[in-house]
Design a protein around this ligand. Sequence first.
Ligand SMILES: NC(=O)c1ccc[n+]([C@@H]2O[C@H](COP(=O)([O-])OP(=O)(O)OC[C@H]3O[C@@H](n4cnc5c(N)ncnc54)[C@H](OP(=O)(O)O)[C@@H]3O)[C@@H](O)[C@H]2O)c1
Length: 351
Amino acid sequence: MKRLTDLLMVLFFAVMLSACGRQSEESYVGQSESPKSTEQTETSATVTEELSMDAESEDSSLVDAKDAQIKEGNDSVVNDITFDFETKTVMLNSGYEMPIYGLGTYSLTGKTCVDSVTTALNSGVRLIDTAYMYHNEESVGEAVRNSGIPREEIFVITKLYPNQFDHPETAIEEVLEKLDIEYIDMMLLHHPGTDDVKAYLAMEKAVKEGKIRSIGLSNWYVEELEKFLPQVNITPALVQNEIHPYYQENDVIPYIQGLGIVVQGWYPLGGRGYTAELLGNGVISEIAQAHGKSSAQVILRWNLQKGVVVIPGSSNPDHIKENTELFDFELTEEEMEHMNALDRGEKHDWY
Ligand SMILES: NC(=O)c1ccc[n+]([C@@H]2O[C@H](COP(=O)([O-])OP(=O)(O)OC[C@H]3O[C@@H](n4cnc5c(N)ncnc54)[C@H](OP(=O)(O)O)[C@@H]3O)[C@@H](O)[C@H]2O)c1
């Protein structure tokens, strides 16, 4: 009986030991797998976090770089895009100086264009605005080349039209050939349009290759700029928009200037078909009379005092000369306010 009891005791302890062993094995598994998996989870969480932080920091460094570019421009707004009325130039964020008044060549073609640009250059004008769409780049180039004025002293702006945006590199080569003046001082995109970012990036490439010195935009307003700028690398040096006393863009101008970008106004005299009414405006005529100047000169001076570059168009030698005589008088604050009060939000062209 004692033997049987002993045997049962042994069996009992054996079962107990085996149960403990299993439990400890389970515990081991539990302790080893779970922490391992926790560790893995933690590790992968860390990796994911690190990766996402990397991605974030990469993203933000890209954003920072673009911001920095814009901020760089911003600084230059305060320091550099202020007009120098002595030299009659403004320093662009590209590092190049641009005259603050010039000649627009829209609707001037062939001999009329060559003669007008020649008259302007002989009158001291050093900024000429042309565009693919004006069909006069060859004429502008001819007048510049034949002027006898050192190339470096003349600043030529041209523009790519939206129908060129899908083949910008060829378009740039073509205009270089047409102008035939070694390089382009400033190239703008004429309007927003399909492939405008692609065209702008091609202009950026041409800047790096020394074919174009500065680049910018035309007919871009606040919304368009907010969408466009994050997609490009070089902050535009210039935005050329419709600006005249009846369409003043008083909300747009400070926004653009605040980015370190110079603003240039097209249709400064209202544009063909509108000039007579604008130049005959009573307020403007009165201010003009007070200074012994013409209405056109008052409008152009008002632009300059607002930090807006002017490019009036003309084929009349007297007008071309008159439009250069803007630096021997100054509008008072009150006169500026009277001019500002003429705004009607009245656009004279569709874009
Ligand atoms: N980026 C764009 O989308 C865009 C659009 C339009 C224009 N632009 C550019 O902006 C430039 C200016 O525009 P615009 O030429 O069409 O219009 P504008 O400069 O507003 O007006 C030109 C008209 O004003 C007359 N004029 C010029 N000076 C005068 C003066 N001192 N006294 C009286 N009349 C005077 C001219 O006639 P006379 O020939 O008889 O002097 C011409 O008929 C264009 O030439 C072009 O380069 C750009």
